[in-house]
Design a protein around this ligand. Sequence first.
Ligand SMILES: [Zn+2]
Ligand SMILES: [Zn+2]
Length: 281
Amino acid sequence: MDETLPFEGFVTLFFATIGTCFAMMIWVEALAPLNSDQEKNQVRHAIRNFGLWLTAFVVADLVIGIAFLKIPDHLYQISFGLFYWLPLPSSVLLIIAGILVIDVFSYLFHRLLHQIPWLWQIHSVHHSDIELDVTTSIRNHPFDLVLGNLWKAVGCLLFGIPLWIIALREIIFLPFILLQHANIRVPDRLEYILSLAVISPAIHKHHHSIIRAEHDSNYGTGLVIWDKLFRTFQQPRLPIPKELGVRGLQEEKWQSIMGMLLTPFRYKPEKITAIPKPDGV
Ligand SMILES: [Zn+2]
Ligand SMILES: [Zn+2]
């Protein structure tokens, strides 16, 4: 395996991919919207989510990203991690194993984001969107991105996976992650085919339900296998839940850029945890 593969090159490819996919999704959202009532607030909604992303980008991608670029050399110098001690027979197998490991680490981190109260206070910013469209994909609190990137880097360190495989996995799953949130009417056949391998749009939209028993499920970000393996999968009954968001975070004050940035410090999740779960869930 060529350990000098440029991580910067993957980052550039990542931004080219996200830009192209974003433009395509916005175009299809206009052609075939799942919920046409959302259009009146579309521009303000997009500006707010992009604004939060810019803040998160400056904090997470510039501050932590710089550290990422320096880590690979360091990792190779110390030759640490499972796949260094037990090397795989080919580069292709290392890439496949690396993507699977990072994907299960992402699943586990997302599960912790929902189950540990202070992490939920951070992650609730992604869930507090009361209208879903492609811009919801980038609605993450800076702390969410920083902790998520560090978590994945720790996974790479433990398993001896080159860090550029994080960027490669992001590029592969990015179109699916954008489609999961996009306000696009996905044909049933396509939805079914996607759901066999990845987190499909309906599966992830179910995860944005306002009902806690429903949004505490379907934690995968790429492959669907982890939710099925660890029994956190719920089959969506509708293409999109009747009500989205988080109880207690629906008011206007939580939807502004400043409101989203302050949510982890002001939101008191204990007020909503008393909601009883439906039987059989
Ligand atoms: Zn979530
Ligand atoms: Zn989401």
